[in-house]
Every structure is written in structure tokens, then in C-alpha cells.
Design a binder for this molecule. Structure first.
Ligand SMILES: [Fe+2]
Length: 494
């Protein structure tokens, strides 16, 4: 067995992926889940050990071109280390045995593109990548297709370079409202529902040269002044205005991509693809949409491994991480839900990506008005942040108006309007939307649970949020699950 190890590391949220010689994903996870250090930028020994449990590694693939990145850092006046070869760049990330394997690297945006295209079912696609920054690129549009031998071919059609950056703009505004940039952008997105777009013109006047060409007047890497828009400016209004501006920028890219390249299939990757509020309108531009569940840099460990493999990857679901073996504890979860309304579950393989889909989840009965406060007490997070519903796929149209292109949404990639907001206030945001997870008839543990829950209560949905101790990464192993149970007094079924 000769496996490929894909790695992304050195910036934020290091990740690894192992692909075998048949294109099966043997393992994919984030370093933070093993080191317990949130957003760990470096590969820890424990995740590298786990990656090698799945067979010998023949090739190690790195997710970006270190030369180009150094050149950009030098140009920006940043301190650059003197490592010249890929081996020397990776010497603090890999163990000596892995450093001696064949080492290859691919461009940052190409790795993003492959993460999306080679996990999709499409034979051809227009691939849009939008992130904060790769080596030099911040937006890229590719056309992708498989050749007669099944190898993926990518052609770069259009690019936007640093310092023009949609991702850096959103991070700068995240910092402006007192949140952590490159981490808490999703909170800024959640805040936007409570504000008004009163600063849109101010933002456009000051920073955006031309919305339709995503050209900025200033380098957003430097952030914005702390008193930009006035020291007393309402943070919710700033959030709403920033979201409106970022949506205008994203849709201008999508409009260009749809009208200049033939495919009706969109593959969308890069950290900005996690903006599920903006994603609700992507169906206005493309007929078929694929956003894999880990489109940011950690997910690029999969993309770079896919490029080394060359062909389509066998993608089934996001349950690719550390395994807690055993039957999914359906009966225990149901018992706990009926008595205490809230229960944790840590069973099977952990999710690859920032969201929990049922294997490392805190689940709750979504009915009634009290449950949101109860779950918020445990999560101790801001009152404005809603929880997500997980629902049997065949019931979704009865409960939600799904946006075009996201009629099925197994990875919570777009928001939808709830048709019964009064029945389920805990999973409805201020603007009436929910970040819906639909569960197909795939025999998964969460599927079995929802089916039993429906039989028991007549309700086909549950509240689903990630299982983590505040400030820590998502629960990974049994020890983490036990610590959660002890810390919060909520049973975690394993
Ligand atoms: Fe990226």
C-alpha cells in the first residue's frame, strides 16, 4: 500500500489528509484536534502518527508554492526565513522519516480548486476560489475537467492578486468590531442580521475602488483604523454593512465566472466559501453547486493530495477523522433527549472541517422557547448566535424554503428560511434564516437517530451544534468527551 499524505500548515489551522492508491480518503483531520491547541498552525506529532496508521506514506504533498509565498512576503516588507528548499521549509513540521519521502508541492489556489473539483461529482466545472490570500492570488477562476484517462485538468482563466482581497477585507472588518480576524468572521456574519446597511457607502467610498472588478483603494492586510466609521458606530450596523459589501464583491465574481465560461457547474472553495449567508444566492448564477465541507486552508491538505493522486477522489462524507469505535448510541441519545432535552454524542469518525454533522455534536430537542438559552448556557456564547437544525432530507421542504442550488444541504453551506419559526425559535436567526443540515438515506448514525426521533415524537429535526469545551477545538477522543461531560454536566454518549 502506498499512500499520499497531503499537508497544509504554517499559517493557521494545519490539516492532513491521507489518500490511498485507489483514491480513497483514509484519514483527514486538523492538527488542533490532536494538540488541543485551537487553530494550531503546525502539524503535531500525534496527528502525523495517526496519519501513518493507515499504511506507508510514499509521497508528501504540500499545499502551496513556498517560493512564491516568500517573494510576496519580501515584497510586503515581512521577515522571511532563509529556508530555500521544500525539505528545509518543512523540517519543523514533519518527522525525519516523512522528510525522506518524495516531497511535492502545488500552488495555494490550485490546491483549493482541487479540494473542490476532485471531491465533486462533476465531470466539468467552473471553479471559483476566494480567500484572504494564497501566495499572491486572492481570487482565481479555473475551468476544470477530466481527460480520457480520468486525470483532472485545470486551466487558470482569471485571477486577482494581493493586496486586493475580499477575505482580507472581511477579516479587517471582523477586527474593527473587536473580534479575532482569521477566526471569528462567522460571528461578524451572524451579527449582520441585527444591523442595518447604513455604512455601505462609507465603506465603498473609503476602500473599494471598483466593486465590479474587486479592486481596493488600500491594502486591507493592514486592517482599518479602530475608529473607522466613528468610535461610536454600532457594531451590528458595521457587520450588516460589511456583509452587504462582501456579497456585492462575491456576486460580481460569480457573475463574471458564469458569463465567461461555459459550465453550469460551480465548484466554490477558499475560506470565503464558508460565508453561508452569501452562499444563499449562488443559485442565481449557477445551476449546480458544490462546496465541500472544508473549503478553507485546512481542507487544502485534501486538495494537494488529490493533485498528487491526479484523478477523482472517492468522496462519501465528511466523517474522515479520528475514530471512536462502536455502534452509534441511538438508544442512549434518545433516552437522554427525552429526559434532559440536551445530549452530547462522540461516536465514529470525527468530522473533517469546522462544522459538526452528528459524530461530535451537542444535540437538543429544538421544540419550544427555552432550549436556546439552555444550550447557550452550556456553550456560553453570544446571545445573537443561532443554532443549526439537522433534518431528515425528505422533510426539508415541509420545514424550510431551501435556496436554489442548495435543495439538499448536507454540509450546512447556505442559509434557508424556516416555514415554522414559532415552533422552533432555537434554530431561527433574527432574520428568519437557519443554517440547515439535511441528512440523506445513507445509513449514518445521525440518520438512524433522526428516524427514531421522528417515530418517537413526530418531529424530523434536532438542534445540532459542535461538541467542544469553550475555547477548545472540537472533541476528538474519549478523553475529550469525558472532560466535556465533567465540565458541563451534560451526558456525552459514546
Ligand atoms: Fe487559502
Amino acid at each position: 500500500m502506498s499512500n499520499i499524505l497531503g499537508i497544509s500548515c504554517g499559517f493557521h489551522d494545519a490539516g492532513v489528509t491521507v489518500i490511498d492508491e485507489f483514491g480513497n480518503i483514509k484519514f483527514a483531520s486538523h492538527s488542533e484536534r490532536f494538540s488541543k491547541s485551537k487553530h494550531d498552525a503546525n502539524l503535531c506529532p500525534a496527528i502525523l502518527d495517526e496519519a501513518q496508521e493507515h499504511g506507508d506514506i510514499q509521497t508528501v504533498a504540500y499545499y502551496e508554492n513556498h517560493w512564491l509565498k516568500k517573494w510576496r512576503q519580501l515584497r510586503a516588507g515581512q521577515k522571511v526565513d532563509r529556508s530555500l528548499t521544500l525539505r528545509s521549509v518543512l523540517k519543523n513540521q514533519l518527522t525525519p522519516n516523512l522528510l525522506n519521502k518524495k516531497l511535492v508541492s502545488y500552488g495555494h489556489h490550485l490546491s483549493h480548486a482541487a479540494t473542490g473539483f476532485q471531491t465533486s461529482t462533476f465531470r466539468d466545472a467552473t471553479v471559483v476560489v476566494i480567500d484572504a490570500i494564497g501566495e499572491l492570488d486572492t481570487i482565481s477562476i479555473w475551468t476544470a475537467e477530466y481527460d480520457l484517462l480520468g486525470y483532472a485538468n485545470y486551466t487558470l482563466r482569471w485571477r486577482k492578486g494581493y493586496p486586493n482581497s475580499i477575505g482580507l477585507f472581511y477579516s479587517a472588518m471582523t477586527k474593527r468590531v473587536g473580534l479575532r480576524p482569521l477566526d471569528e468572521e462567522y460571528i461578524l456574519m451572524g451579527m449582520s442580521a441585527y444591523g442595518k446597511p447604513k455604512y455601505v457607502n462609507d465603506i465603498l467610498d473609503k476602500y473599494i475602488d471598483k466593486l465590479s472588478s474587486q479592486t481596493f483603494k488600500e491594502n486591507m492586510h493592514m486592517g482599518v483604523p479602530d475608529d473607522f466609521l466613528g468610535a461610536d458606530a454600532d457594531h451590528y450596523d458595521i457587520a450588516n454593512s460589511s456583509q452587504e459589501v462582501v456579497e456585492g464583491l462575491i456576486y460580481s465574481v460569480m457573475d463574471y465566472a458564469r458569463h465567461n465560461y461555459p459550465s453550469k457547474n460551480l465548484v466554490y472553495c477558499g475560506g470565503v466559501a464558508l460565508n453561508c449567508l452569501a452562499n444563499r444566492n449562488l443559485g442565481n448564477y449557477f445551476e449546480n453547486i458544490w462546496i465541500m465541507p472544508n473549503p478553507g486552508d485546512a481542507g487544502s491538505s485534501l486538495g494537494t493530495a488529490a493533485l498528487a493522486y491526479g484523478k477523482q477522489i472517492n468522496w462519501n462524507d465528511a466523517f474522515l477523522g479520528y475514530d471512536i469505535p462502536g455502534e452509534y448510541p441511538v438508544r442512549d441519545i434518545l433516552d437522554e433527549l427525552q429526559v434532559n432535552k440536551i445530549v452530547g454524542v462522540a461516536s465514529g469518525r470525527a468530522e473533517f472541517g469546522p462544522r459538526a454533522f452528528g459524530n461530535r455534536s451537542l444535540l437538543a430537542d429544538p421544540r419550544g422557547s427555552e432550549i436556546k438559552d439552555k444550550v447557550n448556557d452550556i456553550k456560553r456564547r453570544q446571545h445573537f448566535r443561532p443554532f443549526a437544525p439537522v433534518i431528515l432530507e425528505e422533510f426539508v421542504d415541509e420545514y424550510f424554503t431551501m435556496p436554489k442550488g442548495f435543495e439538499k444541504s448536507p454540509y450546512m453551506q447556505a442559509v434557508a428560511y424556516c416555514k415554522k419559526p414559532n415552533e422552533f425559535p432555537a434554530i431561527i436567526h433574527k432574520d428568519g434564516t437557519s443554517r440547515v443540515q439535511t441528512v440523506p438515506k445513507d445509513g449514518s448514525g445521525i440518520r438512524q437517530l433522526l428516524e427514531e426521533w421522528l417515530t418517537l415524537t413526530g418531529c424530523p429535526l434536532l438542534l445540532n451544534t459542535s461538541l467542544n469545551i469553550r475555547g477548545e477545538p472540537m472533541v476528538n477522543d474519549i478523553n475529550d468527551a469525558n472532560r466535556f461531560e465533567k465540565e458541563y454536566g451534560v451526558k456525552v454518549c459514546t
